[in-house]
Design a protein around this ligand. Structure first.
Ligand SMILES: Cc1ncc(COP(=O)(O)O)c(C=O)c1O
Length: 370
């Protein structure tokens, strides 16, 4: 840490942070290894791309880029309110659901009063980043076998100081989920003061009959807010649009902490067009479901440990150092996502198009033979 006469440049919580490491961009791999036609299965993006209607709407809107966007994002919030049959006061937007996670950490816990947060591990790294940035003490509760939600242990980690709890359903990077009855009991049983964030980035990709969204379980508790994103099923990760739905006081609190114009003009227009093209979403969901089953089976037949997934990726245990596997696949032009401890022998692989998946499976098969 840089210091001037004993004074730290920044507080300790900033020193603890590490920059978020996204999936390796295609251009970077092509530049570094001189590989052409590489494929990226590293960031759980929609391999079909955006709806043509989104592209058209964004192209038209580009002529208005000299204007600030609507700061209240009225049209998009109104459309989301209608879509989900909730009042517009119950909808707030984020620059991706990532921003909403960060806003939740800065909004609900009173750091001066020692408020605390609970989330799972391994789970989405931004809960940890958000809490650390905001100076919120937290408990990261291990998943059972590093794979399955342990709601009993999460409930046991809640203290009288706990104000915020994140639950990703389905979870990233495991692809696992928690079913309706268990989730209902958990939500109803938590102390009233806890604000529960159901992070449903992979909503729409599940096919388990007992999957339930936080939006269906709003009767379980007052302090429940559900986060969704346009990055996955709607295929516009590059536009950065997420939203939260919850009781008006919870949404109002997030809105106070929101940056002015946090969702940009193209994001608002593009998300509106994406919301209207349900057929495009359904085409992707159907492809993902078929390919997720096929890819999971093929990887298991290669002798690998494949976690059952309800999302658009699979967590695959290669039972050897994941970095070795990652590097070998990179040399074959396939970018996947290495994982940190305690799951460092696993890699997370996004489900792509059938052609991309074939290419990935061929590269993995080659590696298994070597
Ligand atoms: C569980 C989970 N939550 C939130 C996000 C953030 O999505 P975005 O900021 O693109 O909306 C992701 C992205 O991968 C995720 O996996």
């Amino acid at each position: 840490m840089s210091e001037r006469e004993g004074e730290a440049l920044f507080p300790e919580r900033v020193a603890q942070m590490v920059p978020y490491k996204p999936g390796k961009p295609l251009e970077e791999l092509e530049r570094e290894l001189g590989i052409k036609n590489a494929i990226k299965l590293a960031s759980n993006e929609n391999p079909l791309g955006p709806s043509p209607k989104v592209i058209e709407a964004v192209r038209e809107a580009a002529a208005n880029l000299h204007f600030y966007p609507d700061g209240a994002a009225f049209a998009l919030r109104q459309a989301l309110a209608e879509h989900h049959e909730v009042p517009i006061e119950e909808v707030v937007l984020g620059n991706g659901s990532n921003e909403l996670i960060d806003m939740a950490c800065r909004t609900y816990p009173d750091v001066d009063a020692g408020d605390h947060a609970v989330f799972g591990h391994p789970s989405f790294v931004c809960y940890w980043l958000g809490c650390t940035a905001a100076g919120v003490p937290y408990t990261a509760v291990p998943l059972r076998d590093h794979l399955h939600w342990d709601l009993e242990a999460m409930a046991a980690a809640v203290t009288p100081k706990t104000k915020l709890l994140f639950l990703a359903n389905p979870n990233n990077p495991t692809g696992s989920y928690v079913g309706r009855d268990e989730l209902r009991r958990f939500l109803a049983g938590l102390p009233e003061r806890v604000v529960v964030v159901m992070d449903e980035a992979y909503y729409g990709l599940t096919d388990a009959e007992d999957y339930a969204s936080g939006l269906e379980l709003r009767d379980t508790r007052e302090r429940l807010v559900t986060f969704r994103t346009f990055s996955k099923t709607h295929g516009i990760a590059g536009l950065r649009v997420g939203y939260a739905i919850g009781p008006a006081p919870l949404v109002d609190a997030l809105n106070r902490m929101r940056e002015p114009f946090n969702v940009n003009l193209l994001g608002q227009i593009g998300a509106l067009a994406a919301l209207k093209d349900e057929a495009h979403v359904q085409r992707y969901v159907a492809m993902n479901r078929t390919e997720r089953t096929r890819v999971s089976r093929a990887l298991a037949e290669l002798g690998l440990g494949v976690a059952p997934s309800q999302a658009n990726f699979v967590l695959v245990d290669f039972r050897r150092p994941g970095t070795e596997v990652y590097d070998a696949l990179l040399r074959d032009g396939v970018i996947v996502r290495p994982m940190p401890p305690p799951i460092e022998t696993s890699l997370r692989i996004t489900i792509g198009t059938p052609e991309q998946n074939d290419r990935m499976l061929a590269a993995v098969a080659k590696l298994q033979r070597s």
